[in-house]
Design a protein around this ligand. Structure first.
Ligand SMILES: [Zn+2]
Length: 375
């Protein structure tokens, strides 16, 4: 049978293609060309779909035998030799596997440079990446290797595919060139989310990018590392996950409580004046937490950068502007000081002192007349 044209090398970042069916046998489909990367070089195959008009078949596994790429599909009866089909690969899966693969090249180079140890095998699947070396990978190496990996990620070195007519290799700037038939990312910047999980029987486990990053977010790095390393029975894992879920629920409840406290606080808000776009509001609320207020006011529907809040809490007056571009303290404290005839610019100490004298209303009035006078 004619060998399949490998579009995944010609167009490594294309996700869709058109092709002609050249063979159908059992549940295997052979096309004249394909973007589906077959199992090879320890990298797991692509998934995706093949369509003919409205008919759609899922591509479950892909293999290469002597240059012929076989697509194992779930509905082979939809296709006949000569059919024009369209293919779409599962890009998230491809990109994830490419991220792991490129990360392995970099990790292998770092480990060689630091410890003069050779890579003997690697694996990339939807469950993460693994590398074995000529000696057991030491847990003491995890941190130094990861530090180097992040440095290289920051440099955004180009990852290029070289073909000399017979052999393919992957060149990562001046760092590394290795023979490789896998798929890769565009630059080492794409490896910024890769992390080293730990070791298992002397092999290095790593993950990151796509589902790896999602797993990390869900479980947290340490939890994930422990989970992988110690292979806990399901009931132990379930208990741990239940506890994490409880903590997450508590976080959600706390967030809800903060929002409620905030909207309650805003019930006490009084718009005291609006002059030429400057809105001055006063809030008197002894329950209010300033930190929460500052965090949550950004969620308010209509907050303008010109909004000034004078908040009376616990004998203090807090000035707040809903923007980081202006220092609310400087603006308001300056206005407050000036309104009370105090010179020398604003500072919080003076503001606090003023309020302790119990003249919050005087300060508010002063600020208002100051604003009115200045516009
Ligand atoms: Zn490779």
């Amino acid at each position: 049978m004619q060998t399949t044209e490998k579009l995944f090398y010609k167009e490594p970042f294309t996700r869709e293609f058109k092709a002609t069916v050249v063979d159908v046998s059992k549940n295997m489909l052979v096309l004249d060309k394909t973007l589906f990367f077959p199992q090879g070089g320890y990298q797991e195959y692509d998934n995706g779909v093949l369509t003919k008009g409205d008919a759609l078949a899922r591509v479950n596994t892909v293999s290469d035998e002597n240059g012929v790429v076989y697509h194992q599909v779930d509905s082979p009866e939809l296709f006949a030799v000569g059919d024009e089909v369209e293919g779409r690969i599962d890009w998230d899966r491809r990109w994830y596997l490419s991220t792991l693969h490129s990360a392995q090249h970099v990790i292998s180079r770092i480990v060689f440079n630091l410890y003069k140890v050779y890579t003997t095998r690697s694996d990339f699947s939807v469950n993460g990446g693994m590398v074995s070396f000529s000696v057991n990978f030491s847990n003491d190496w995890i941190e130094p290797v990861e530090v180097e990996l992040m440095k290289i990620a920051e440099k955004a070195l180009p990852v290029e595919r070289l073909f000399d007519g017979a052999n393919i290799s992957i060149k990562i700037a001046d760092l590394d060139t290795s023979p490789c038939g896998g798929t890769h990312v565009t630059t080492t910047a794409d490896l910024g989310s890769v992390y080293l999980l730990g070791t298992d029987k002397g092999k290095l486990l790593f993950d990151g990018g796509g589902p790896g990053t999602l797993r990390l977010k869900k479980y947290g790095r340490e939890h994930f590392r422990i989970r992988k390393m110690y292979n806990f029975p399901d009931d132990v894992l379930k208990t741990v996950e239940d506890n994490i879920n409880t903590l997450n629920d508590m976080d959600t409840a706390l967030e809800k409580y903060k929002r409620e406290a905030f909207s309650n606080a805003l019930k006490d808000e009084t718009l005291v004046r609006q002059v030429k776009g400057i809105k001055v509001s006063v809030i008197k609320n002894d329950e209010l937490d300033t930190k929460i207020f500052k965090k949550l006011i950004k969620m308010k529907d209509t907050v303008y950068t010109s909004d000034l809040y004078l908040i009376s809490i616990d004998k203090k007056i807090i000035a707040y502007a809903a923007t980081d571009a202006v220092s609310a303290i400087d603006v308001c404290a300056g206005l407050i000081n000036e309104s009370l005839g105090v010179t020398g610019g604003g500072n919080r100490k003076k503001v606090d002192m003023m309020l302790e004298r119990g003249n919050f209303q005087a300060i508010v009035d002063g600020v208002l007349s100051k604003i009115e006078g200045s516009v």
